[in-house]
Design a protein around this ligand. Structure first.
Ligand SMILES: *Cc1c(COP(=O)(O)O)cnc(C)c1O
Length: 376
């Protein structure tokens, strides 16, 4: 099945006992056993039919061996980090999601897990950062908010040469546009709160692994650490994923139009959008993705002007998060990236005047009109 069909018919798409075409929400916390040790499900932390339908679906979409659903993106990421132990070293993309940065620097450090932040868009730097105790390379591509690109195939090659796991946070690209396991990654994960859910109404995370060995380890962690996704949220996510393809196509068209409008606007200093052939890493991205996604950032020149734009937009909702049907607008320097010291932020390119947009599926002309009046 092709992606669009998989989103409807992938996983466990209907109830075998009743034929219901929408998978039932199973609230049971425990299950009757036919004899001691003779059961399909025993206890709902270990396995639940609604969660399993979602886990099978996301596994199909990412082309892996087994999927896992967690109570948030961060729960998914911390479950993956539980595959490692004291004394291990992990290489992370230098501009990872803020929550991942916090987990690495404030929590994993307590367990003596050694972390290096490396510009993974430069393979040479990744090679140089590998130590005897390195166990994994953890990347995002594109990143937030500057849409930096890392070559996933190249990272997989380095990982395999050095017996490391390549872990990819695929939240921004979504499985509709990009499939890291097919490019050689060992583990792919998502904040399903974003595009997979797509309607700003569920907090969830998913992990897909590429081997039976990793599947067994991951299930052991999921069951032992316990941050599973509940049945209602699992159902919401299955429902959201049914329209992922439609949403991503519409978002793609809208984002291209908005990027072009901003690029030609005299008051806009710079636009970051991976769909521009001038964007650093454009060729790499085109080689590993089928689309450019719905995220873009632009520099309006000063924090004062940026705050005026944010105050004047009517359709772009001022909010954190991304990937929903409604367009969202934010100011990284004062919101998602406020904890990074100003000097360091400026070096990264996250200036006070940088505005981030997550494009939704509204009529693009309304979005363009709204931005035009706000910037004017
Ligand atoms: C939001 C996000 C996360 C964290 O996910 P939650 O669902 O908020 O816990 C991780 N990675 C990326 C890229 C994100 O955007």
């Amino acid at each position: 099945m092709r992606k669009k069909t998989l989103m409807i018919h992938g996983g466990i798409s209907r109830d075998k006992t009743t034929g219901a075409v929408s998978i039932p929400v199973s609230h049971a916390s425990t299950f009757k056993q036919d004899g001691v040790g003779n059961f399909k499900y025993e206890y709902a932390r270990t396995g639940n039919p609604t969660r399993e339908a979602l886990e099978t679906l996301i596994c199909d979409l990412e082309g892996g061996v087994r999927g896992f659903a967690f109570s948030s993106g961060m729960a998914a990421i911390s479950a993956v980090m539980h595959l490692f132990k004291s004394g291990d070293h992990i290489i992370l993309t230098d501009d990872v999601y803020g929550g991942t940065f916090r987990l690495a620097t404030k929590i994993l450090s307590r367990y003596n897990i050694d972390i290096s932040f490396v510009d993974t868009s430069d393979a040479q730097k990744v090679n140089e950062a590998i130590k005897l105790n390195t166990k994994a390379i953890y990347i995002e591509s594109p990143t937030n908010p500057l849409l930096k690109i890392t070559d996933i195939r190249k990272m997989a090659q380095i990982a395999n040469e050095n017996h490391l796991q390549l872990i990819v946070d695929n939240t921004f690209a979504t499985p509709y546009w990009q499939n890291p396991i097919e490019l050689g990654a060992h583990i792919v994960l998502h904040s399903a709160t974003k595009y997979l859910g797509g309607h700003s109404d569920v907090v969830a995370g998913v992990v897909v692994v590429s081997s039976e060995e990793l599947a067994n380890e991951m299930h052991f962690v999921q069951n032992s650490v316990g941050a599973i996704l509940g049945p209602d949220d699992s159902w919401l996510l299955i429902r959201g994923i049914k329209t992922l393809a439609l949403r991503m196509e519409e978002i793609e068209t809208n984002t291209k139009a908005i990027a072009n409008f901003l690029q030609s606007h005299p008051k806009v200093k710079k636009v970051y959008y991976p769909g521009f052939s001038t964007h650093t890493g454009y060729d790499t991205h085109k080689n590993q993705s089928r689309g450019f996604g719905g995220m873009l950032s632009f520099d309006i020149g000063s924090g004062h002007l940026a705050e005026q734009v944010l105050a004047k937009t009517k359709l772009f909702t001022l909010a954190e998060s991304l990937g929903a049907v409604e367009s969202l607008i934010s100011l990284p320097a004062k919101m998602t990236h406020a904890s990074i010291p100003k000097e360091h932020r400026e070096v990264l390119g996250i200036t006070d005047g940088l505005i981030r947009i997550s494009v939704g599926i509204e009529d693009v002309q309304d979005l363009l009109d709204d931005l035009a009046q706000a910037i004017e």
